[in-house]
Design a protein around this ligand. Structure first.
Ligand code: ADP
Length: 481
């Protein structure tokens, strides 16, 4: 069958730039699809913070000029190749020569620039994709701009678009003037079935309305977002497009996240030889200044500190949690209110609680490897990767049954031996506490716990299955008139 050519568009791609799960997906999915014989190339902004080792290897391909706002902006096109994937980096000092990736006042303009530039670069790099696959609000206007400005040109007329929602909560909502002043489009697009959203413009909504097909990152989340509670005021739009909305679970990179071969952790281990897991636990405790006690459970949390992740539940029962004979290790960065609360508890529970308020990829890996349990009580969770990383490293997840958590983790049943973790349904702190206590109870049943660890480590979360589902959808959308 003919190769499907895809331009995969993402505002972050691991290992070049990462703030969350999107970067993991953008790193793994194109690789997996190319493994299936397709031609998937990736494009992202050339941020200032991309590690130098990659920048040095980039090749300059050419440039385009982009009209944006009143500016006529230069955009350099750089290329880097690794593991069978071609990456394009769009270079503009004014928009991307800044620290970090997001959070600036001119986000509407920065990502409109990115979107226009990537469309304009295609003839220059001589790549005519069958599909442009966009991800999250930063890339939401690509399908709209393609329709409005490029479709009349022969080169672009057959290109289809797919849009993936990694998190519906972040939408890129801006004053309506952005439509003309930044995107350069007329008011005919400012309608309820266009980009208009409560008298503002909404980049994510543009992606939902103008793309040929929509996906999100788990089957459960695909259903949830059609409801008022999870729909973030876009549930009506999603219901209107429900025929074109699919849920495909993310995978993880099973090779770079293999405890038997992972050079980042303190000792390697596998389901057949779990000894190294204990070394990881001890070394983690030592490095974080916790008493080296291998007899009690270590519970890990690695997360953005935002409402979505259930920190209000954790804070609410923090005293109950830490009055148990456990250790709690938290790695996270995010909202001030949560950082403050965690600092407070850190003072109160020295020797039991380790709070690490930063983004630290190395420590995260060591927490996955060195913890016994992983707590993830999300209010909502489109897919969630951390629970899969945990299982891979023999760390048993305790999760709330929502979105992708519900699709990957099921409650352990001591009679039937079904299940791979501990779960609770209602968003309630005491229900969460009960699930933690249940996990701790089984932790002391060493044979059960060892069996659970081995079972978790054997689960196949590789991208292959999901990549095949994406490929089926790509083929479907290409054949769509
Ligand atoms: P989300 O994308 O909503 O943040 P996911 O579970 O899908 O949640 O993905 C989060 C990813 O980011 C995981 O790879 C996790 O290990 C990583 N991560 C989150 N916070 C940190 C942190 N403070 N330091 C290192 N890695 C982190």
């Amino acid at each position: 069958m003919k190769k499907t050519k895809v331009l995969f568009v993402s505002s972050e791609v691991d290992p070049f730039a990462k703030s969350g799960g999107l970067a993991d997906v953008a790193a793994s999915l194109p690789k997996a699809l190319n493994g299936l014989g397709q031609d998937v190339r990736v494009v992202m902004p050339k941020y200032k913070n991309i590690p130098q080792q990659y920048v040095e290897e980039m090749e300059y391909l050419g440039y385009v000029y982009v009209d944006i706002s009143w500016r006529h902006q230069f955009c350099g096109i750089m290329k880097y190749e690794s593991d069978g994937v071609v990456y394009y980096f769009l270079d503009n000092e004014y928009y991307f020569g800044r620290d970090g990736y997001y959070g600036y006042d001119d986000e509407a303009e920065r990502f409109a620039f990115f979107s226009k530039a990537l469309l304009s670069m295609l003839p220059v790099i001589d790549f005519k994709p069958d599909i442009i696959h966009c991800n999250d609000w930063q890339t939401g206007t690509v399908s709209l701009l393609l329709k409005a400005n490029y479709k009349s040109n022969d080169f672009y007329k057959d290109i289809k678009t797919v849009f993936t929602i990694h998190n519906l909560k972040y939408q890129g909502v801006f004053p309506k003037e952005v439509l003309g002043e930044v995107l350069g489009l007329g008011w005919e697009y400012f309608t309820p079935d266009g980009i208009e959203f409560f008298d503002t413009v909404n980049y994510l909504k543009a992606g939902l309305v103008y793309s040929d097909l929509i996906t999100t990152v788990s089957k459960t989340y695909a259903e949830e977002i059609k409801t008022d509670f999870f729909g973030e005021r876009l549930n009506n739009v999603l219901n209107r497009r429900s025929q074109d909305l699919y849920g495909i679970l993310n995978g993880i990179d099973m090779e770079s996240n293999d405890p038997a071969r992972d050079g980042r952790i303190y000792a390697s281990f596998s389901a057949d030889n779990l000894e190294g897991k204990l070394t990881n636990k001890q070394m983690l405790q030592q490095s974080l200044g916790l008493p080296e006690r291998i007899d009690i459970p270590v519970i890990g949390i690695i997360s953005r500190l935002v409402d979505q992740k259930g920190f209000d539940l954790i804070n609410y029962v923090m005293d109950d949690l830490l009055n148990m004979d456990i250790q709690l290790v938290i790695l996270g960065a995010g909202e001030y209110k949560y950082e403050q609360a965690l600092k407070h508890y850190q003072e109160k529970y020295q020797g039991k609680l380790s709070v690490n308020l930063k983004y630290d990829a190395l420590l995260s890996q060591r927490i996955y490897a060195g913890s016994d349990m992983f707590l993830m009580p999300s209010l909502f969770e489109p897919c969630g990767l951390s629970q899969m990383f945990s299982l891979r490293y023999g760390t048993i997840p305790i999760v709330r049954e929502t979105g992708g958590l519900k699709d990957t983790i099921t409650q352990y049943n001591d009679i039937t031996h079904e299940g791979n973790g501990f779960t609770f349904t209602r968003y309630n702190a005491h229900d969460m506490l009960y699930a933690v206590k249940e996990a701790v109870h089984f932790y002391y049943h060493r044979s059960t716990w060892n069996w659970l660890m081995k079972k978790g480590m054997a689960v196949d979360f590789s991208w292959e299955k999901s990549a095949k589902e994406y490929l089926d959808l790509y083929r479907k959308v290409v054949s769509k008139k």
